[in-house]
Design a protein around this ligand. Sequence first.
Ligand SMILES: Nc1ncnc2c1ncn2[C@@H]1O[C@H](COP(=O)(O)OP(=O)(O)OP(=O)(O)O)[C@@H](O)[C@H]1O
Ligand SMILES: [Mg+2]
Length: 241
Amino acid sequence: MVTVKLKEIGKNFGEVKIINGVNWEILKGELMVLVGPSGCGKTTLLKIILGVLDPDNGEIYFNQKLMNKVSISERNVGFVPQNFGLFPHLNVNENIGYGLKMRNIPKNKIEMLTNKFIGMLKLEGLGLRATNQLSWGQRQRVALARALAIEPSLLLLDEPLSAVDWASRKEITDEINRMQKRLRITTIYVTHDINEAFEIGDRIAVMHDGKIEQCDRAECLIKTPKSNFIAAYLKNRRVGK
Ligand SMILES: Nc1ncnc2c1ncn2[C@@H]1O[C@H](COP(=O)(O)OP(=O)(O)OP(=O)(O)O)[C@@H](O)[C@H]1O
Ligand SMILES: [Mg+2]
C-alpha cells in the first residue's frame, strides 16, 4: 500500500501540452476515481504513474520516495489497460501468472497464486480456456486477476468497464469495490462515466485542461464545484440512484 503524490507533472506530445502541471495525492488504501472527457489525458497520466511514459516535468512519489527514475518492475504497479491487454496466445492461467513468471517466481508458487485469484474472481473451470473464448466480463476478471496476482502496492484500472454490458457492470463494480477493500490496495480507477465514479470512488478527481481541476468526495463536488466546468460535468450524472 502506498501514498502516491504527483507534483507539477507535465507531458507534451509534439507541440501539444496534454498534461499541464498535475498536482495530485492519492492516499494509502484509497479508491480514487479519475474522470474527465475523452482525450483529456487520463490514460497518459496513468502511464506516467505506471512508468511506461516519462513526464517532461514534475515529480512522482510513492510514499516519500521519488520514483521518476525507478523502473516499471520495481514500481510494483498492477495495471488493467483500457482494452484489458490479455495475451491471446496464452490461456487464462498463463495470463494470470504472467507477471509472476516475469518476476522469476517458482512454478509451484505461481500455480498457488493463480488458483487463489481464479477462485477470488470466480473464474473456476476456465483456467485452460483461450482468452478469446471468454465473455467480456470474464476477460475483465482475468485482467484484474493478472494485475492483482503480483500483489501490487498500487492498482491502476483504465476504464475497466468500457467493454462490459450494462447488466454486468454493477456486478463487476461491486466486485472491484469488495476486492479493493479486502486487499486494501491503493487504487486509481479511470472512467469517463460520472455515475460509475460516484458509485465506486472514495474520492473523485476531475481532469480538465491538462490539470486535476478538483479532487474531492462526491458530496463536496456536488455542494461546492470549483468551476463552471465541474458544475457542468456533474450535470451528466443520473440523479436519484
Ligand atoms: N503517443 C501519443 N502521441 C501523440 N499523441 C498522443 C499519444 N498518446 C495520446 N495522445 C493524445 O493525447 C491526448 C490524451 O490522450 P489519452 O489517451 O491520455 O486520453 P484519455 O483521457 O485517456 O481519453 P479516453 O477517455 O478516450 O480514453 C489525446 O489527444 C491523444 O490523441
Ligand atoms: Mg484513456
